[in-house]
Design a protein around this ligand. Structure first.
Ligand code: GN1
Ligand code: MG
Length: 360
């Protein structure tokens, strides 16, 4: 079926005028559906090779958005459809996704007059910190059981193992490249330290909480005044360590350049962004965080560039089967960038620790 027939299977208001590609996600395919009715929509093809349990994925999203909606209503908020995503049911089944052969599709209401950014200043970063802390706080008492939509998604031990397997298999014959060897050598000494979260969890010292797990800057929508309206891209919403949301935001927002910029010498980890984000995050999340979680926020800021470097690098070695690429070396460029960011963040850990202590 074409996108128009797919969209028409959902209970849309109004007639479809136009469907066009939207956004820059590396996993799903996203379209904007314009209608002559009161709302426009976002149509997405869920990448089922990556999200294999679409039923669970939509269960997580439906429970979480319903829970947040209830809280917004109880707080007497207005304009709620712009503050939490609303998914449109399929006319025939009433479900929030449609299976067409091997493809899975869903539709949500498009949030009008909202903006996403790929970079933020400290003021916006502070708002993002508050918003993600608040998001975790809102979901802290969700009564439903949510599952892991990608099992062990942010498990560093698994990611390290996947890199080792990629190296053993050398499917794309890329291991003969001396640069590939050099990067492997560079990453290895930090592996054990970076797997700290899993160890703490096994020792019963670190809980899993419902997290967003893809807190890239551009997964946040702002209104015209710069207030955070809504958090989007909820596929990876699942139980994880709070480090996921703290670390992945800074991985994208504190980097002085984009995650795939080839200008590696321009990569730096911005402390002004870190400080603003940490301040906002702790203001809204402090009430439920444990001392171990707070103490390890600087570790989280290093973990995510490290994990992302490992993931991009493993995909490069495997012959680019996971992330969408725009040119053959794309995953290698991304890897170099994230390795550089990791080292910059690591250098700043003492400063990060001092700042967090000053907030407590
Ligand atoms: C993917 O789809 P997108 O671009 O929001 C990835 C994230 C990575 C990110 C790197 C399910 O997110 O984990 O951090 O690319 N999502 C999945 O840009 O793997
Ligand atoms: Mg996204």
């Amino acid at each position: 079926m074409d996108t128009k027939s797919i969209a028409k299977a959902f209970a849309l208001k109004g007639e479809i005028l136009e469907i066009k590609p939207l956004g820059e996600g590396l996993i799903n395919d996203t379209y904007k559906v314009n209608t002559d009715g009161p709302e426009n929509y976002v149509l997405q093809r869920i990448n089922n090779a990556i999200f294999q349990d679409v039923e669970l994925l939509q269960h997580n999203i439906e429970c979480a958005t319903a829970h947040i909606r209830k809280k917004l209503e109880a707080a007497g908020e207005s304009d709620i459809d712009r503050k939490v995503l609303r998914f449109v049911p399929v006319k025939e089944s009433g479900k929030t996704y449609l299976q067409d052969g091997n493809n899975f599709w869903r539709v949500s209401v498009f949030i009008e007059n909202a903006h996403t950014y790929n970079t933020v200043n400290p003021e916006y970063s502070y708002c993002c910190g508050k918003a993600f802390g608040n998001f975790q706080a809102q979901l802290a008492d969700i009564p439903d059981t949510l599952g892991e939509t990608i099992p062990d998604f942010h498990n560093m031990e698994l990611r390290a193992r996947q890199l080792r397997e990629a190296v053993e298999q050398d499917k794309a014959g890329r291991l003969k490249d001396p640069e590939v060897q050099a990067i492997l050598k560079d990453l290895k000494p930090f592996e054990e330290e970076m797997c700290k979260a899993e160890r703490l969890h096994r020792e019963g010292k670190l809980p899993k909480r419902i997290c967003h797990c893809d807190t890239k800057v551009n997964n946040m929508m702002f209104d015209d005044e710069g207030n955070v309206l809504c958090i989007i891209d909820l596929d990876t919403l699942m139980p994880s360590f709070v480090f996921s949301d703290f670390g992945d935001f800074l991985r994208t927002a504190a980097n002085t350049v984009a995650e795939d910029s080839p200008e590696v010498d321009k990569v730096d980890f911005r402390m002004d962004i870190f400080e603003a984000f940490a301040k906002g995050y702790l203001e809204s999340a402090r009430s439920f965080l444990t001392p171990i979680e707070i103490e390890n926020l600087p570790y989280a800021a290093c973990l995510f560039p490290y994990m992302q470097a490992v993931r991009f690098f493993a995909d490069y070695i495997n012959g680019d089967t996971y992330y969408k690429i725009q040119y053959p070396e794309h995953n290698m460029v991304r890897t170099r960038n994230q390795v550089a960011l990791f080292h910059k963040a690591l250098e700043k850990v003492p400063q990060m620790k001092a700042y967090i202590e000053s907030l407590m």
